[in-house]
Design a protein around this ligand. Structure first.
Ligand SMILES: [Zn+2]
Length: 441
């Protein structure tokens, strides 16, 4: 409780670290800037070249998911309270109890233990027999190690990537292991961008922070890490298949509410039955992962989603509220403004606090995600719509993936992406697939 409170209430304690006056000033300056550009609000200015196009459309999506998400979080809260009562805890669930007890609910409900799963996910196997295998099955591309090319660290491996007709497509750098001087996390980056105008083929890197194998023990990763690998490689595919004249419109140079869509689609390949059986091999017994374990992993996917989605939507709503104000007089002191915004959309839930409190919401005040935090939800909705279309048409088949490459991966930002998306799935983006796939309905 003490830890939670000092974390949640940081940057609002009337001391040097209090950010409230600064962010209130920033919000006002952003509104002024938008007015100078002839827009009603900062969000309207920021969203003009995004998929959502204007703040009302973005907010509508968030609001429609918020209701079922909060309802689901109430059910999860009840499961946790029941567990507390069975253990004769004698207290009411508070936000600082959530993670501790929800972990126990997970164990009781799904009987899923990390140490059970990890031996099936050896990092190189996941890459070559999972990620590369899936890319070959889906798009026909192949990979060949290039030992003759320079690397910036001896851990880095370089591959040349070939298209289905055998022509050279790109160079792919892979930097798997964590080092003392390396940033945390996982990402994709273009060293060289694709451009017909400049006669350039892409050079792409995927960076991870997996533990380096020591003393003959292999590097085993969690299923979350497996998903991350497929995700980052999805960004790579977006870069690999770029087929544009100009760099500024090529590959992953697309709107923020769109860029995560290709990477999320590739995550589904991790659970494709044929792909999974090819890479999830026990590193000692060489046994393929048992079906029962796969079922458990799949079921556990939607666990705690009410909480996860609610805290994400609360943060996205705050961002949109701060940046949709049209009259300076409508700004209020930070905490009051925040409470009113969350309350308006039913997102002021005691047990499920917003992922970021306004005073330390760095993404939107300094991190380039101002009026853009909804993008995660928007991309995910695109992903669920497209995946449902694929499932209804036979899954991740070559035909479906070729179509995905043509309409989505190759076009960069050179066409109207709302139209491209509609051409791909045959209808506008719907909310229903999000609710069903995230287990909110
Ligand atoms: Zn991503």
């Amino acid at each position: 409780e003490r830890l939670f409170k000092s974390s949640f209430n940081r940057s609002q304690n009337d001391d040097d670290g209090d950010t409230r006056a600064t962010l209130e000033k920033m919000a006002k300056l952003r509104l002024q800037k938008a007015k100078l550009m002839g827009k009603k609000s900062y969000a309207e200015w920021r969203l003009q070249d995004q998929m959502a196009q204007n703040p009302a459309v973005a907010m509508d999506l968030l609001a429609k998911i918020a209701k079922p998400a909060v309802e689901k979080s109430k059910i999860e809260a009840k499961d946790i309270q029941d567990l507390i009562d069975i253990q004769h805890g004698g207290f009411k669930l508070e936000p600082w109890d959530w993670n501790f007890y929800s972990e126990q609910v997970r164990k009781a409900k799904y009987d899923l233990d990390e140490s059970q799963i990890k031996p099936y996910f050896e990092v190189n196997n996941v890459l070559e027999k999972g990620v590369f295998y899936a890319a070959n099955k889906m798009y026909g591309i192949t990979f060949k190690v290039r030992k003759d090319l320079p690397v910036y660290n001896s851990d880095v491996v370089v591959y040349e990537v070939f298209d289905k007709d055998g022509s050279s497509l790109a160079i792919y750098y892979l930097d798997f292991y964590t080092r003392d001087n390396k940033n945390g996390g996982a990402w994709m980056n273009n060293f060289v961008n694709q451009s017909h105008y400049l006669k350039q083929k892409p050079v792409i890197v995927n960076v991870y922070n997996f533990a380096k194998p020591v003393g003959g023990n292999p590097s085993l990763i969690s299923f979350d890490d497996v998903t991350t690998m497929f995700h980052e490689f999805g960004h790579t595919l977006h870069g690999l298949f770029a087929n544009q004249k100009y760099i500024s419109l090529s590959g992953t140079s697309v709107p923020r509410d769109y860029v995560e869509f290709p990477s999320q689609i590739n995550e589904h390949a991790a659970l494709d039955p044929e792909v999974l059986k090819n890479y999830a091999i026990h590193y000692q017994t060489k046994e393929v992962i048992p079906q029962a374990l796969i079922e458990k992993i799949k079921k556990a996917e939607t666990f705690n989603k009410g909480y996860d989605v609610t805290e994400l939507l609360a943060a996205a709503t705050l961002d949109m509220a701060w940046h949709s104000v049209e009259n300076e007089a409508d700004f209020k002191p930070t905490l009051q403004f925040e409470n009113e915004a969350l309350k308006k959309y039913g997102l002021l839930v005691n047990e499920v606090p917003t992922r970021y409190h306004s005073p330390y919401f760095a993404h939107i005040w300094s991190g380039g995600y101002s009026a853009g935090y909804y993008a995660y939800t928007w991309s995910k909705t695109l992903d669920y719509n497209a995946f449902d279309w694929m499932q209804a048409n036979g899954g991740l088949t070559r035909t479906n993936c070729e179509r995905f490459r043509k309409y989505i991966l190759s076009v960069g930002n050179s066409v109207d992406l709302n139209k491209a998306f509609k051409n791909f799935i045959g209808h506008e983006m719907k909310i229903e697939p999000y609710l069903i796939n995230a287990g909110l309905k």
